[in-house]
Design a protein around this ligand. Structure first.
Ligand SMILES: Nc1ncnc2c1ncn2[C@@H]1O[C@H](COP(=O)(O)OP(=O)(O)O)[C@@H](O)[C@H]1O
Ligand SMILES: [Mg+2]
Length: 276
């Protein structure tokens, strides 16, 4: 049957105010099946806040978020269950758990047993465990971390911690993955590898919405890119559209994006802040 399918993700008029500050201002955005969509903008533009509105961490002041044509309740676990997974700008791993255990935690939304059973090793745990471990190991293979499965997460280099966050997010079997600055702290080689990883995720049938500062990364990957400035979406489109837009150039302090890319790549990013 051919019907006009609704987009996978449909965000309509999302506004987020914190007291007098409008961090996200009437932003609408869609992500279709199989798409990789970019979200860029200067620091403080509201990108992470927008992700928080999509994933139930914040209840938007206004606007709606629909996923697979169903309006999402602003509750993180329900959003994950619906099929949206995310990574954080500030890596959120269980530092003293192993790499494998971190992925197993990401899996718990999809197992009957759940996290408490996993911790308590109650009845049903051992049956579900073998299956979950196999799936988690598959994801570690996929992200190139299999040989580190038994390492403590905190002992991984930064770039691999970011990959582990992605593996953990994928463990919830998402249909849409939100990546918040996935290459922050990565060297250029790791960044190129991360591009391949994002394409491989898309090839598994998972759509992607990605926040990133590295313009080359964004334009290599994305079917469309939206630009957020002071909470507002000022432009959305392909590489040409975004790069040639006067408002985008102004927002990036007049630096042409083509020249901004290699500079951004060679710069060591600032240490992540705690609230994101
Ligand atoms: N929980 C919060 N309370 C108050 N202000 C917030 C909160 N979260 C974000 N902000 C503000 O919203 C603005 C957008 O922040 P953020 O979404 O982190 O930007 P970006 O990810 O684009 O760098 C900033 O001014 C930030 O200080
Ligand atoms: Mg941010």
């Amino acid at each position: 049957m051919t019907t006009t399918a609704a987009p996978l993700l449909e965000v309509t008029g999302v506004t987020m105010r914190f007291g007098g500050l409008t961090a996200v201002n009437d932003v609408s955005l869609t992500v279709g099946e199989g798409e990789i969509i970019g979200l860029i903008g200067p620091n403080g533009a509201g990108k992470t806040t927008f992700f928080n509105c999509l994933t139930g961490l914040y209840v938007p002041t206004e606007g709606t978020v629909r996923y697979r044509d169903v309006q999402l309740p602003p509750k993180p676990h329900l959003v994950t269950q619906a099929g949206i997974a995310r990574t954080f700008q500030n890596i959120r791993l269980f530092a003293n758990m192993t790499v494998l255990e971190n992925v197993l935690v990401g899996r718990h939304t999809r197992t009957k047993e759940g996290i408490f059973s996993a911790i308590l090793r109650g009845p049903g745990y051992h049956r579900a465990e073998a299956e979950s471990r196999a799936k988690a190991m598959e994801l570690l293979e996929f992200t190139g971390l299999a040989d580190k499965a038994e390492h403590l997460a905190r002992n991984l280099p930064y770039g691999e911690q970011r990959k582990l966050e992605i593996a953990r997010a994928l463990a919830s079997d998402p249909g849409l993955l939100l990546l918040d600055e996935p290459t922050a702290g990565m060297n250029p080689q790791e960044t190129r590898a991360a591009e391949e990883l994002v394409f491989a995720i898309r090839d598994k049938g998972i759509s992607i919405l990605v926040i990133e500062h590295d313009m080359r990364f964004i334009f290599n990957l994305c079917d469309r890119t939206a630009v957020l400035v002071q909470g507002q979406k000022i432009v959305e489109g392909d590489r040409e559209t975004v790069q040639n837009d006067e408002r985008v150039i102004t927002a990036y302090l007049g630096a042409p994006l083509e020249e901004a890319a290699p500079a951004a790549e060679g710069t060591t990013p600032a240490a992540p802040e705690d609230t994101k």
